[in-house]
Ligand binder design. Structure first.
Ligand code: ADP
Ligand code: MG
Length: 367
């Protein structure tokens, strides 16, 4: 197969264990610390995979998560215990991202995933049936369709449940037996699937969904909760955005835009100021718009801007490439957010040194 053919067949978004296969392999080789049963790496190596570092041979492990080291250490060591891990935080704080990378590093497979929605049924967490076989032969192991959680239990792997609190409460409670007794009864067959060592579960939940379907206290006790914060400093947030945009740009074949860092810094500044309701220098109070303005949204604004610059500009990321994206992220509610944005534009952006081009670009798309 030719290389270009390979490139055309490449997955649009490879799983973490494939995208970072070389790092995982290098870590496994360098790792001489004890590994919990069925773990691909030791807890130390899993944390290094997430936080980045350099191995003795010189191999560089890129940071996946930028933030307090302790958060990742607590998350990893939780997975080595019999309690499950709940990643909690506002949207865009890398809950899904961290969950995927943890599963990839611990079990070598991040795909045993249940996506939680209001329509998630018990079968998605327990098991379903292949109806043709069920009708032909009656209930049997062959007719049973295991859920990702069931597979993780029988193979000693990491299961993932996304957006746990969006799942109706009675369906969530299916997890109680699984997490406390480590078993999944199959009454139709008079059997059970017992979790083997190595099984654990990572759930994510959105802070803002609180009250939608609150976790029952019985279920919450089965989890160790780790809260993922928004990036503490603007510099950390710029680093996250630049790194991720670089990766996404490469997978979309966008040319690298090294001069884009100033523009990224401006997007991050605008988002942070509006989110926190005060300007960077602490002098001017601002109203916050209704959107989240998370790091994840900054990433998509900049990626969109890069595509504009690459296809319709000269390849250099400029204010005019990100202005429309910023407006779209900030103005969610056309009435109230529009007013907040205009005030910010006139009171802050317009007066700021070196921001004239940005002011003009924003005025143009707002008009
Ligand atoms: N602290 C962080 N470190 C690294 N990447 C981050 C961080 N915060 C956000 N991101 C990036 O934001 C993007 C969205 O994160 P995601 O996991 O979908 O958020 P959530 O599930 O919390 O809503 C990911 O691509 C991730 O790279
Ligand atoms: Mg998510």
């Amino acid at each position: 197969m030719t290389e270009s053919h390979d490139a055309e067949q490449a997955a649009l978004r490879p799983h973490a264990e494939d995208a970072f296969a070389d790092e995982l392999a290098a870590l496994a080789e360098a790792d001489d610390r004890p590994r919990p049963a069925r773990w691909r790496l030791s807890p130390w190596a899993v944390a290094t995979y997430l936080l980045g570092g350099e191995l003795p041979g010189g191999k560089v492990i890129t940071p996946k998560y930028v933030g307090p080291r302790r958060i990742i250490e607590v998350a990893v060591s939780t997975l080595a215990t019999d309690r499950a891990l709940l990643l909690l935080g506002v949207p865009g704080t890398a809950k899904t991202w961290v969950s995927e990378h943890l599963a990839a590093a611990v079990s070598g497979d991040s795909t045993l995933l249940v996506q939680g929605t209001a329509g998630t049924a018990e079968e998605a967490i327990r098991y379903g049936w292949n109806y043709a076989q069920l009708l032909a032969q009656g209930p049997s192991r062959a007719a049973l369709v295991p859920s990702p959680v069931m597979r993780a239990m029988s193979e000693g792997m990491t299961a993932r449940v996304e957006e746990l609190t969006r799942i109706p409460a009675d369906v969530q409670d299916t997890l109680i037996t699984i997490l406390s007794e480590k078993t999944l009864p199959i009454p139709e067959l008079g059997e059970e699937v017992q979790a083997v060592r190595g099984f654990n579960l990572i759930a994510t939940a959105n802070d803002r969904d609180r009250g939608v379907n609150d976790l029952s206290s019985a279920l919450r006790r089965r989890f160790n909760t780790v809260v993922l914060p928004l990036p503490e400093t603007a510099e950390a947030e710029v680093e996250i955005v630049a790194r991720r945009v670089g990766q996404l740009g490469r997978s979309l074949d966008l040319p690298p835009a090294p001069e884009g860092l100033d523009e990224i810094r401006r997007v991050v500044t605008v988002f942070r100021e509006l989110r926190e309701g005060v300007t960077d220098d602490g002098r001017t109070k601002l109203k916050s718009p209704s959107g989240t303005l998370s790091t994840a949204e900054a990433i998509s604004v900049v990626t969109g801007g890069l595509a504009l610059a690459a296809h319709f500009g000269d390849g250099v990321l400029r204010a005019s490439d990100v202005a429309a994206g910023i407006l779209g992220a900030v103005v969610r509610d056309p009435a109230s957010d529009q007013v907040i944005w205009q005030e910010y534009l006139e009171a802050v952006v317009r007066e700021r040194d070196g921001w004239k081009d940005f002011y003009r670009a924003c005025r143009e798309v707002s008009a």
